[in-house]
Write a protein that binds this ligand. Structure first.
Ligand SMILES: Cc1ncc(COP(=O)(O)O)c(C=O)c1O
Length: 494
């Protein structure tokens, strides 16, 4: 019996080959069952129950009290207990449905794991990243000086873009001197902005006052007519507003702000225009929906998640800049590195060291994330992303029609994208009772496990919410969901 703790055993290529084949078989089976809608979408363990199970497992394994679980058995258990994002009944958060090719590229990146913070160890991942990022910037019409990088998530991407905005817009070196607390910075955002924008402002030390919320209309789009008043009153309080953020796909409802109007407002008022397109940026691939991004080409910075509507595993986020040079301002502490014109490995005398990613990403060591996207695009083409986006958007519209024609349900608003809010709306209940009913029904629904949906608050009311991420979720699944919700409603009898 080989010693499993020996380093030789740990790195044994033959055992990797054997376990790898078994793992791919397990995943392929799971994918097949999930896509066919077999089994539940979700298991229903409670957090402490699950935590105790895995604690006991680990302690038993470490103490040698039990024979080690074969890797394939462990992998099988993890697959079994994970929510099935490929199941057509999973209609909850905006968690992407990973394409198998992107997952394979991710596995490759995990084993090679070159570090990828600088080009010396980053080739080819850094150059592959350049290809992916520049292709995206070109699709967005950002102009010839555009560029950017990949980072780990929209949250980090928005923070990094706003750090660059601060450095570009501040009348002093904010990276060096910190904030000027006599005239704190601020950013205009829609009241529907993702909480990470608020978090970014507070991380930068701008506090609560640093996030100035602008009203939204009935479709959850920023009311650009209200921006001037918000800017004037905030400036009158002594806050230096330096940027405005437009949403291309809000989290709660998938609404697209009028980016062209926000761009014009920013131009006139000298503000940095940042587009949070973490969710909706993928529509740039779709001839049918690209128009939703009108005006994004004027953005100074843009964040787009490949792990939402572009079938890549988490976290794969593009941060793009209209003037790439500004991206280096986010962490401009070591200027001597920044403007190298004579670098032994620079390509074509390029003055910007785009190839040493760590200069402008929050991460030092980075995953080889670009491989996921490149493999998908190179093997399936950009049309695959267009097909995906158009499928999930069409499915949401179909779901909306079904809700509107099913007695007992209310639709918040027809969806622009693939996110839809709805609720059980018994006329005899008060608002508070109706909110409690929807919460109770959803809680029971997800504990049964056959479906997964989420809930959100909009204008202080509770709504059920579904992001249709699986392109194979269709009418029969939506009808079955509504029937199940009504059945539970009868059973819990609020
Ligand atoms: C509009 C928007 N921006 C930013 C984020 C944060 O992205 P991430 O989860 O990749 O950090 C989200 C996440 O849902 C989002 O919907």
């Amino acid at each position: 019996m080989p010693d499993s703790a020996s380093l030789k055993a740990l790195f044994d290529p033959q055992s990797f080959r054997a376990e790898g084949h078994k793992l791919i078989d397990l995943l392929a089976d799971s994918l097949q069952h999930s896509l066919a809608g077999e089994g539940n979408a979700r298991t229903s363990q409670q957090p402490n129950q699950s935590a105790a199970h895995w604690r006991d497992h680990l302690q038993a394994a470490l103490a040698g009290n039990a024979a080690p679980t074969a890797a394939s058995e462990l992998f099988s258990q993890w697959i079994g207990q994970s929510i099935k994002t490929h199941h057509p009944h999973t209609m909850g958060h905006q968690v992407g449905v990973t394409a198998p090719i992107a997952a394979l590229a991710d596995l490759l990146g995990s084993l090679l794991d070159t570090g990828n913070g600088v080009f010396e160890v980053g080739d080819p991942a850094t150059a592959v990243e350049r290809a992916v990022v520049m292709d995206l910037a070109r699709r967005l019409n950002m102009g010839e000086n555009a560029g950017g990088y990949l980072t780990s998530g929209g949250t980090l991407g928005n923070l990094t873009a706003l750090l660059a905005a601060r450095q570009a817009a501040a009348p002093f070196d904010a990276w060096k001197h910190g904030n000027d607390n006599t005239r704190p910075f601020g950013v205009l955002v829609s009241e529907q902005a993702h909480y990470c924008i608020d978090r970014a402002a507070r991380v930068m030390g701008w506090g609560e006052r640093g996030v100035i919320k602008v009203r939204t209309d009935a479709q959850s789009r920023m009311q650009t007519g209200a921006m001037q008043e918000a800017l004037d009153s905030t400036r009158a309080e002594g806050i230096q507003v330096i940027a405005a953020v437009g949403n291309a796909g809000t989290t709660a409802t998938g609404a697209f702000d009028p980016l062209d109007e926000i761009a014009e407002f920013c131009r006139v008022n000298g503000l940095w225009f940042h587009a949070d397109a973490a969710h909706g940026g993928a529509v740039v691939f779709s001839p049918k929906y690209r128009h939703l991004l009108k005006g994004i080409e004027y953005a100074d910075s843009i964040v787009i998640d490949f792990h939402k509507l572009m079938m890549s595993p988490s976290l794969t986020t593009a941060v793009l800049f209209k003037r790439e040079a500004t991206s280096f301002g986010a962490f401009a502490q070591e200027a001597k590195y920044l403007w190298r014109t004579k670098d032994p490995i620079s390509v074509g005398g390029d003055a910007l060291p785009w190839f040493d990613a760590a200069h402008r990403t929050m991460e030092c060591t980075r995953p080889m994330a670009a491989l996921r996207v490149f493999a998908l695009l190179a093997n399936h083409g950009d049309k695959a992303i267009a097909n995906y986006v158009e499928s999930v958007f069409a499915a949401a519209q179909e779901f909306a029609k079904i809700i509107q024609t099913t007695p007992g349900f209310e639709l918040l608003t027809p969806p622009t994208a693939n996110i839809i809010c709805y609720r059980i709306a018994p006329p005899e209940l008060t608002d508070a009772e109706s909110d409690a009913l929807n919460t109770a029904v959803r809680t029971q629904l997800i504990s049964e496990g056959n479906f997964y949906i989420v809930e959100t608050k909009i204008a202080d009311r509770t709504w059920l919410r579904s992001a249709i991420m699986n392109p194979f979720t269709s009418g029969e699944h939506f009808r079955s969901l509504l029937e199940t919700l009504l059945r539970i409603r009868e059973e819990i009898n609020i």
